[in-house]
Design a protein around this ligand. Structure first.
Ligand code: ZN
Length: 469
């Protein structure tokens, strides 16, 4: 069997791993590359393999860097099934349609800025359209956790809860290679979550796995524990409200937004924060929250009990409003006094958060709260690194607002979570590290070596490996 790593190889976006076994091809994830525009666009358009040759896709979860290039497959002739959990399938309905809409809008914007002559010389089209995304949704097959299914001849697969976002899964495969008459197991972590995250169950243990493709986003970092989130959030909100400022939270519409709402709900209930208006200014977040409400089977016990016993929606409270149309969103610009605004996109690359940043970033009363991963070359990363001048809509703005980094929110395992998780997987003969910037991965490989894992590799994009060796 061969594995070819086509994305999230020595970087964190574009997750795509191609398996070739028994004359068939299976793709694990089909994520979008994000970051430096030209480079990412090139890699999203030229996947490195032929979608027509693919037999099936297995999808770990609904984050765009794991599912966002699925419509590129379908647009280029992929006809097979896309297997995922039920919640991932339902989330992808919104995530992929939203992504297609952004692609179309982006292209309109680019065309306006490009001369007719240049357009004739080099025709431009969006990466994919809303129609491509719609077509992609018809390929999905939902499968429950821990239910084995046959992907292609000789390959059986099961999903285990990864505890990273709603519906996220670890993918475990039992593989029988016909011509070599050998059987082995392969697991892929997708994105590995952490224990005690709100709403979600803890990551489930994997069955014995000979080969492990593991993420390493924070392979050399340690997070604050999640129990400190409420305390930190409380302090920041009180401090900012006291000076009459607004709290802007760029957050992924999927998961992080619902987690923040969940924490704000708790703090408000316990009267630990002032009674401020809270706005979730993202139509996608509002839709995604509906999917959360419809999948209580993915909740941890505390959230499930609250939802089922009290019939209370854990994602709605007092002064919380989900804004749907543009006028409601624009009205927030005129808003006076302290407020909390949660808006997408998470890395500040596009979406309504850009307008809120433009209006609020130069006022030192305000706070920008960083609650998620910021990839290289994104506006979010420049804010996180506190560059004195940042560009928003191509205009320079002074960064005067307070910047608070709350990495306790991270949905990714840190170094100690990763090693703890991996050490409980039996029979591991080799580990492939993916989904991490090079320095994080290399440091983590060294750390794994110190802990007895001698056979660790961090493949680069396009590299092909043979297993068993
Ligand atoms: Zn993820």
């Amino acid at each position: 069997m061969k594995i070819q790593f086509w994305g999230a190889a020595r970087e964190v976006t574009g997750s795509k791993h191609l398996l070739k076994v028994n004359g068939k091809q299976i793709l694990l994830d089909c994520g979008m590359f994000q970051g430096h525009r030209k480079d990412a666009d090139e890699k999203n358009r030229h996947l490195g393999f032929d979608p027509k040759e693919l037999d099936a896709v297995i999808l770990s979860h609904a984050h765009i860097d794991h599912c966002g290039d699925l419509p590129v497959l379908v647009k280029n002739g992929f006809k097979g099934p896309i297997y995922s959990t039920f919640a991932t399938r339902d989330l992808c309905n919104y995530m992929l349609m939203d992504s297609a809409y952004i692609q179309e809008k982006d292209m309109e914007y680019m065309l306006k800025r490009t001369s007719r002559k240049k357009q004739r010389e080099k025709p431009m089209e969006p990466l994919y359209t809303v129609d491509d995304a719609k077509e992609t949704l018809t390929h999905f097959y939902g499968v429950g956790y821990e239910k084995a299914f046959v992907v292609t001849e000789g390959v059986a697969c099961s999903f285990y809860d990864a505890g990273h976002i709603l519906g996220s899964s670890l993918i475990h495969m039992i593989i029988y290679e016909k011509d070599k008459d050998r059987r082995f197991t392969l697991a892929f972590t997708g994105d590995l979550g952490r224990k005690n995250l709100p709403i979600l169950r803890d990551p489930q243990p994997l069955p014995p796995s000979d080969y492990l493709i593991s993420e390493c986003t924070y392979g050399n970092r340690f997070h604050n524990t999640i129990t400190e989130v409420d305390k930190e959030l409380e302090a920041v909100i009180n401090r900012t409200a006291k000076r009459g400022g607004k709290i802007l939270i760029p957050a992924f519409a999927l998961e992080r937004t619902q987690e923040i709402v969940y924490h704000l709900n708790l703090l408000a209930k316990q009267k630990r924060i002032p009674d401020l208006p809270v706005f979730v200014d993202s139509p996608l977040a509002a839709n995604v929250t509906e999917v959360f409400v419809n999948h209580p089977e993915c909740y941890d016990k505390a959230t499930f009990d609250e939802f089922i016993n009290n019939r209370k929606n854990p994602f709605g409270f007092g002064r919380l409003q989900y804004t749907h149309d543009v006028n409601e969103s624009k009205a927030l610009n005129e808003l006076k006094g302290p407020a909390i605004i949660i808006s997408a996109s998470g890395m500040c690359e596009n979406g309504r958060i850009l307008h809120h940043l433009k209006n609020n970033i130069e006022n030192p009363r305000n706070t920008i709260m960083i609650v998620g991963y910021m990839a290289k070359d994104t506006l979010g990363r420049s804010i996180l690194e506190r560059h004195p001048i940042v560009k928003i809509f191509n205009e320079p703005h002074k960064l005067k607002a307070e910047v608070v980094i709350m990495d306790a929110f991270s949905g990714h395992a840190d170094r100690s979570d990763l090693i703890d998780y991996i050490s409980h997987v039996k029979d591991v003969k080799k580990i492939f590290l993916v989904h991490g910037e090079e320095d994080q991965g290399m440091q983590f490989a060294g750390f794994l070596g110190e802990n007895g894992y001698k056979n660790v590799e961090m493949p680069s994009r396009g590299q092909e490996v043979e297993i068993p060796e």
